[in-house]
Write a protein that binds this ligand. Structure first.
Ligand SMILES: [Zn+2]
Length: 171
């Protein structure tokens, strides 16, 4: 993407804009491959091809239950615009710049969503084991004896959507 941004400042001809379209498309492919994991595809389903950006993204989005439909749509629009830029002979600077800038923004947002999901997934509980809710609260604390001092660390989990409560003694 950085290369596309650099070339945009120099580009003046249709061929140069088309070249930028190719760079953005390649960035999408590389970027989506990093976010996508074959483990997201259900067994018995054919996984998307290595350049199938929309296919890989649709599986990636399933990891982010709160991801908005508008963001998904925006990714599709931006990716299809890169294909348009590299093929259309009447492409102009404004459309190319719009595509470069918005693709960079959307990619930053997707990275943020991915890092949030990874943080959640590395917790002891990601979803409520009873109702499947993602709205879990956890208190980490240490049980302290007034005389002997710290006895053990614990986690106190609570689901905000049902009455599941769980106590973990961490020793
Ligand atoms: Zn629950």
């Amino acid at each position: 993407m950085r290369l596309a941004q650099q070339q945009l400042t120099r580009a003046t001809t249709v061929e140069e804009y088309q070249q930028i379209g190719i760079l953005i498309r390649d960035s999408w492919i590389e970027f989506t491959r990093k976010l996508f994991s074959p483990s997201l595809v259900p067994a018995g389903t054919t996984p998307p091809g290595p350049a199938d950006v929309n296919g890989m993204l649709s599986y990636t989005f399933t990891q982010w239950p709160n991801c908005s439909q508008k963001l998904k749509k925006q990714c599709e629009i931006l990716f299809s615009l890169t294909n348009e830029i590299q093929h259309r002979t009447s492409i102009d600077e404004i459309s190319t710049e719009w595509c470069v800038v918005n693709t960079a923004l959307v990619m930053a947002l997707l990275l943020e969503l991915d890092s949030q999901a990874n943080q959640l997934a590395s917790r002891r509980y990601y979803r409520c084991p009873i109702c499947g809710s993602l709205r879990l609260s956890v208190i980490k604390d240490t049980e302290v004896d007034p005389i002997d001092g710290p006895i053990y660390d614990y986690e106190q989990w609570e689901c905000q959507d049902c009455d599941w409560e769980h106590f973990v003694n961490l020793g």
